[in-house]
Design a protein. Structure first.
Lengths: 317, 317
């Protein structure tokens, strides 16, 4: 991993709820609620939050306050402030706002890439190269870590099966374009644990420790199963979303992102330190629910409660 | 495994819906619906079904037709007809009905054992010994395989943490009592993948291939993650329930058993043959929903659909 990991934790949870979780909501969460959510997440122990995406406000009104949200997040000590950008213009705005980490969405499948960012995968790599060059032109201290967030890595709703060699090629091309890290995203909820092990191994063989984290969706209920597989092949950074907000739900009840609460419970139960306090994490749901009252929140641990006698790994010396 | 595995499959799914899934329903599923469900499950490729439990009808009216359901299931060629019994009397009735496999519920935690079967764990072992002796007294061809279904193996809602050495002791005691197999059940949804790997390894070290399958609940969303962990340590038999029916839900939305549809999808996607046809399996939900219209059905794949380009391992030569 290129992002330095806090030595007191085993696994870095990157909370993507304020970005991935809010961009498709029916009601727009107010800037004030976003700030309170981010404050509460940091208070619960989260070290990295993807706080927004820099997309045209006329396309996604939910992200119109991106710069203000970043400015607030930057006041919180110890927080790695991440944001997403689909193109050069968005990346410029993100860097002007002062994000620590910038994730570029680069689809492996051509159809998804065209639909999502109006570029072919090769054009998206050229755009990444331009963005990295712009970043390198900034004064030291203003240069964010740039992550290539490879999308549709495990399958595409438009194209179906995605060629694993193409994934490796795009990972290598991302690094050659100047990206510091490459994350692998199961944008569509297609991944299975066997494939996760295989693809992460292949990409690591090609780009070594430039391979960063995993972004899994729970569309077919395999999200945490895929985390277990990724842990086995050495992945230590996972994206997740409070209440499973966001993602690409195909049908009512089919959730998007993996649920931060369930993920942290699983890891802490397994003896892996996330640095996150479960009780404080669970309490954030109420705040988020109040901020977007019409949105369903997912997750099992919030309903079932912690197990009797639960001791979080992070609470052990 | 003591139960001979069909050589054409990699993983045996033991459908427990007609037993575990129906014993707590608000409306009682009619015998006719139960028979149609079992027929449809066999038609979809399921090789083993726990069709009922032999409990006192005055306690669980849902199982009053146990013998009739077994009689019907026994007419289906190739089906391993399993049933559950909590005590000697129930076990006798199950054997009289002619089941192929009889699972005894034996709790590792004392409090759960007393609450569930009014015996201490040691008394339950003595009961198992008596049941196995009775079985051995039957004419050849009428002796079912007897499985010790160890409950609360991964934690107990009453006692909290369950001692892993106690699990091993109860597994050994079950074998010494005459049980052919020992299955490990996460009755309460407490298990995590690390614990699953560790406990299955310990029990296998103690009783070798008498260790049979895993029975996981999805109460905290970790059901399929625990399956992945169990696969790693060589488990090849999994209980699951169509629509996730049954189990011990603690709260609305917290499901019980792992969902057969999602489990089969995951395994087949991973390249593991279950012998089950996904489309036929998914079609059973409608029948079950009609038989118990007020009961919520769980599962992600039924909502999201199969992935584009999905090819089941079982459909490959």
């Amino acid at each position: 991993m290129s992002t330095p990991m806090d030595p007191s934790i085993d696994i870095l949870i990157s909370e993507v709820g304020p970005r991935d979780g809010l961009q498709n909501t029916k009601k727009i969460m107010s800037t004030d609620y976003k700030k309170r959510w981010i404050d509460a997440a940091v208070e619960a122990g989260l070290r990295e939050i993807e706080v927004c995406s820099f997309v045209p406000p006329q396309l996604i009104a939910q992200m119109a306050d991106a710069s203000e949200v970043v400015a607030h997040a930057l006041t919180l000590p110890g927080l790695n402030v991440a944001a997403l950008a689909p193109n050069f213009k968005g990346a410029q705005r993100a860097m002007q706002a002062g994000v620590h980490k910038l994730t570029l969405t680069i689809s492996v499948s051509t159809q998804h890439s065209l639909a999502n960012v109006k570029m072919t995968p090769d054009e998206a790599i050229l755009s990444a190269k331009k963005i990295c060059a712009f970043r390198d032109s900034l004064p030291a201290g203003q240069r964010p870590i740039i992550e290539s967030g490879l999308s549709t890595v495990f399958g595409c709703t438009l194209e179906g099966v995605v060629d694993e060699d193409a994934v490796v090629r795009m990972a290598v091309a991302s690094v050659e374009a100047g990206c510091d890290e490459v994350g692998l995203a199961d944008t569509t909820g297609y991944a299975n644990p066997e494939q996760v092990r295989r693809v992460f191994r292949k990409v690591r063989q090609a780009i070594g420790d430039k391979l960063s984290g995993a972004h899994f969706h729970n569309t077919r209920g395999l999200g945490l199963a895929n985390v277990v597989a990724a842990l086995e092949v050495g992945v230590t950074t996972f994206d997740s979303s409070l209440g499973g907000l966001g993602g690409c739900p195909f049908a009512p009840g089919a959730t998007g992102n993996i649920v931060t609460e369930d993920l942290v419970f699983m890891l802490e139960s397994m003896g892996l330190k996330t640095g996150i306090n479960m009780d404080k994490l669970l309490a954030i749901r109420e705040l988020v629910a109040a901020g977007i009252p019409d949105e369903p929140l997912y997750g099992y641990v919030p309903l079932a409660g912690l197990t009797k006698g639960f001791v979080a790994a992070s609470s052990r010396p």
